[in-house]
Design a protein around this ligand. Structure first.
Ligand SMILES: [Zn+2]
Length: 530
């Protein structure tokens, strides 16, 4: 038996309860963790896009890719550099008022609402506001929250999410920034006030407020067809949202009740005018993707690339929480980068000769809106077609790997591949349990999906009502995008190594298959195939 096959057999044995080889997973898990110890160390200062800490992390990834036998596949060695427009908020020059009967009610920034900034943000906006429910426009369902509303030149107020009977992928796609902007710009809307749907909120308001001083970054060269940001974007604290509705004949409580009862939301003009002054400072920045390739062995198929990806950036240094200012991003997403390295090394050690090439991609700018992957998908540094993306972002190995939750499971033939590979390892596959969290479009895989490339993303799975569910949800509440996502948290190292082995087998299976992966006939995402 070749070592490559051994891994799989060992995996089933161990998961079936055989203790003899458990040691193996522990050692592999420690090796995986050692990369996180480097990448999430305080000295890397949270790996903010364009920062010194990020540069150190990129250097480490390039060195590890080299050691794992990958060929450099960036533009300059392993690196693919890109330019950014950087916009920072200057709150000393900002204000937000609600105007009612000629009287101004000043809002407290950070407490009541947060102003967004962008390359297209206006510095002074005063306009009427209209509540438009979920603010969604979905042509194929003839669903349009903007229809029949006078929204031209106005600000729309919306609750995130969508009707309960709308399918997860459709809801997710039309809530993506680009699709929303296309529909809103077409309707002549000049700004949005978004109220996070309490049903799907992942972080407390305090963390949203705390992140408002993070610089906003946009690609200088985003590729064609990317709609510009709206002149005004505001996030409103759901706990204070009632003040927007006062005098309109509706209350936010009533809207929440409709939402919780899965009833259609009303649409109506608000009686307040909104006046925003937005102070900004602008600059330019630069950062890099790190790209390595295990070249394929088949003379034809080697021109096709199976992408395995993770993001290298995190949030940098920010608002202190319990005295800690460094957002280390150990799970988000140093864990994915560590897996890239471990999978590449395992392939090298096994002597595997996949037919297609396998491309290892550690991207920048994910936390700024999936910018590094968007840039790579628009300007690939390799010439052949990208045939799949297997993205690892915060897959959360917090407990033993019994269930693997897969986003995009039923969208493409990749779902069949992951079922087969996980089945051999004794791991059960679960579909996305929380489709309202939009995870299929909330990480780098979406940059590929939008260009027609089938993709999957992963989370450790759990059964509702169990201790694992508690652990998973507590992680979001306490550590997600917080300084506590650091090296002191408990992680199941052996389970992470088992996950890496499944991803390795999955990449190999896709790289060796006779046919490239395809979207399922009924998949919503099939429309992006070029
Ligand atoms: Zn993140």
């Amino acid at each position: 038996m070749k070592p490559g096959n051994c891994l799989l057999a060992c995996l089933s044995l161990t998961l079936a309860g055989g203790a003899a080889l458990a040691q193996n997973w522990d050692a592999l898990g420690k090796s995986w963790w050692s990369h996180i110890q480097f990448l999430a160390d305080d000295s890397l200062e949270g790996r903010d896009t364009g920062s010194r800490g990020f540069e150190k992390a990129a250097g480490y990834m390039a060195e590890q890719f080299r050691a794992a036998g990958l060929q450099p596949a960036g533009v300059d060695g392993y690196l693919q550099s890109m330019d950014f427009q950087v916009v920072r908020i200057d709150e000393s020059r900002c204000s937000l008022d609600l105007l009612r009967d000629g009287k101004a009610q000043p809002l407290k920034l950070g407490d009541d609402a947060v102003l967004g900034v962008s390359s297209h943000a206006a510095e002074n906006v005063e306009a009427a506001a209209v509540f438009v429910g979920y603010g969604l426009t979905v042509p194929e369902l003839n669903y349009d929250d903007l229809a029949g509303q006078d929204v031209r030149g106005k600000i729309v107020v919306l609750v995130t999410g969508g009707p309960a009977d709308m399918s997860g992928p459709i809801k997710a796609h039309y809530q993506s920034g680009e699709e929303r902007r296309k529909a809103l710009l077409k309707a002549g809307v000049i700004g949005t006030i978004s109220i996070m749907n309490p049903k799907s909120a992942e972080v407390p308001w305090s963390r949203t407020a705390g992140s408002r001083f993070q610089p906003r970054m946009e690609l200088s060269d985003p590729g064609h067809d990317v709609p510009p940001p709206l002149p005004l974007s505001i996030q409103f604290n759901p706990a204070h949202a009632e003040m927007l509705f006062a005098g309109s004949g509706h209350t936010f409580q009533e809207i929440l009740a409709d939402l919780n009862a899965n009833k259609p939301l009303p649409h109506f003009p608000l009686v307040v005018q909104v006046h925003a002054r937005v102070g900004m400072t602008r600059s330019e920045g630069k950062s890099e993707n790190v790209v390595g390739v295990l070249a394929g062995s088949d003379p034809q198929l080697r021109k096709e690339y199976v992408v395995v990806s993770a993001h290298l950036d995190h949030l940098g240094i920010g608002e202190p929480v319990n005295g800690d200012r460094i957002y280390n991003g150990a799970m988000d997403d140093a864990s994915g980068d560590a897996s890239l390295i471990e999978i590449a090394r395992a392939l090298k050690d096994s002597g595997a000769k996949p037919k297609r090439s396998i491309l290892f991609l550690s991207v920048t700018g994910e936390e700024k809106g999936e910018l590094g992957s968007q840039y790579f998908a628009a300007h690939p540094s390799v010439s052949g077609p990208l045939v799949a993306d297997l993205n690892m972002d915060m897959y959360l190995p917090l407990f033993p790997l019994k269930y693997l939750e897969v986003q995009g499971l039923d969208e493409s033939t990749l779902g069949d591949d992951v079922r087969a590979v996980a089945g051999q390892a004794g791991v059960q596959i679960q579909a996305d349990k929380e489709p309202d969290h939009n995870r299929f479009i909330r990480s780098d895989q979406y940059s590929f999906i939008k260009r027609g490339v089938p993709a999957l993303a992963f989370k450790f799975g759990w059964i509702p009502g169990t201790a694992e569910e508690k652990t998973f949800k507590a992680w979001y509440a306490e550590r997600y995008h917080a300084p506590a996502d650091d090296l002191s948290q408990p992680v199941d190292l052996a389970a992470a190594a088992q996950f890496d082995a499944i991803l390795e087998k999955l990449a190999l299976r896709v790289a060796d298959a006779d046919r490239r992966p395809e979207w399922k006939a009924k998949s919503f995402f099939r429309r992006f195939v070029q």
